[in-house]
Design a protein around this ligand. Structure first.
Ligand code: DGY
Length: 376
């Protein structure tokens, strides 16, 4: 059956067709009667070698610390090469290693642009990023080549929302600053106003971005008795969680009225450095600014100035530009700035689920099936 059907198929140099043939192979191979015509083109011979079992899909993984369960899942049906050094893969190495691979398992630290895609060549069928954010990928260039992109929404939402609340409290209640006071021998007798900060109860929360993570954060803050939640974003979602949240169409109004500005939006060309001098100038002097999205949404020099001049009261950042920050970076010397090293999704469970979802996205694409989570 395989032989006859295949004879009638016109093999073309196209990733999608190759995947279809590979699927057909899987079905036909169980009856053990498939014979292929001699192939002239590279792509055809690639397919034929895959289909005859001479080669398996080749996957490149850009970090050695990807949870092992995900690597094992990929290894069941693919040849997996993993970058071995305890740091993001060097760009030159990525460009070399990606050549001839069918799939790339990457992280938010890997810039995937035209040059990388050109190095990969025509075999690359899918990029699975172990992240919900995908500003490190030139989506337009990837799509142009018919390559699929998988990402990891949902599985990290709770972890990032928990961390956002933790960062907000650490900033407003001055946890790191007070701890440092102890270390410096500055812990004196109990004093009425020492280490005071703004309360959440009755406060106005301004969410910038009201996607999964923004909503999950806002839901958690209700438990602290906040007075009002409003949000700004691409569209009015109404109040999907019935917590009294209201869409604010004017960002300036939201910034001017909020006691806590909480940023969870994606980094895009529209949001790049949206928090600049003007944005900080309209915020209250008592405002606490929290960012768990991407460092790129903030014009960092403007933030530093706003913190130094007390234009705003404090900031809590899980993300910065660049990452990592060097220990002598000005942000780290500000008493009113809490910086943590991009650990929003860092629960063992979330990171394991992110890795597994990335592997499942890759396998689905290689098998010509719908991806569990695809960037369309
Ligand atoms: C993501 O997945 O984009 C997050 O930033 C990781 O914490």
């Amino acid at each position: 059956m395989g032989k006859n059907v295949l004879r009638n198929l016109k093999l073309t140099e196209n990733n999608h067709n190759v995947m279809i043939y590979q699927n057909l192979w899987k079905q036909w191979s169980s009856c053990g009667k498939i014979i292929f015509r001699k192939s002239k083109s590279l792509q055809q011979s690639h397919f034929i070698s895959q289909a005859t079992g001479m080669g398996r899909f080749k996957v490149y993984v850009t970090h050695p610390n990807v949870p092992q369960s995900a690597i094992q899942l990929l290894q069941e049906s693919c040849d997996v090469t993993v970058w071995q050094q305890e740091c993001p893969v060097k760009r030159a190495e990525l460009m070399t290693q990606i050549k001839g691979k069918d799939a790339l398992f990457c992280l938010l630290t890997d810039k995937i642009d035209k040059d990388v895609l050109d190095s990969a060549g025509p075999d690359l069928k899918v990029i699975g990023t172990m992240s919900v954010g995908y500003d490190h990928i030139d989506v337009h260039e990837v799509k142009k080549r018919g390559i699929k992109i998988g990402y990891t929404p949902d599985v990290l939402t709770d972890a990032v929302a928990d961390l956002t609340v933790a960062l907000l409290l650490a900033t407003s209640r001055r946890l790191f600053e007070s701890h440092n006071e102890i270390l410096k021998g500055q812990w004196g007798p109990w004093s009425p106003l020492w280490m005071c900060g703004p309360a959440l109860k009755g406060s106005t929360i301004g969410m910038v971005g009201y996607g999964r993570i923004g909503r999950a954060t806002a839901r958690r803050l209700v438990a602290f008795g906040v007075g009002r939640t409003h949000y700004w974003g691409r569209s009015d979602h109404g109040d999907p969680d019935n917590i009294g949240a209201k869409f604010c169409p004017e960002l300036t109004n939201l910034l001017a009225e909020s006691d806590f500005v909480v940023v969870t939006c994606a980094l895009t060309t529209d949001t790049h450095e949206m928090f600049d001098e003007k944005a900080f100038a309209v915020m209250k002097p008592s405002a606490v600014f929290i960012n768990t999205s991407r460092g790129g949404v903030v014009k960092q020099d403007a933030l530093i100035k706003a913190l130094e001049t007390k234009q705003i009261w404090a900031a809590g950042l899980d993300v910065t530009t660049p990452e990592p920050l060097s220990p002598d970076h000005p942000l780290l010397s500000l008493r009113n700035c809490v910086v943590i090293p991009h650990i929003g999704s860092a629960t063992t469970q979330a990171r394991t689920e992110m890795a597994m979802l990335t592997a499942r996205n890759i396998l689905a694409a290689l098998n010509g099936e719908p991806l569990p989570a695809e960037i369309k």
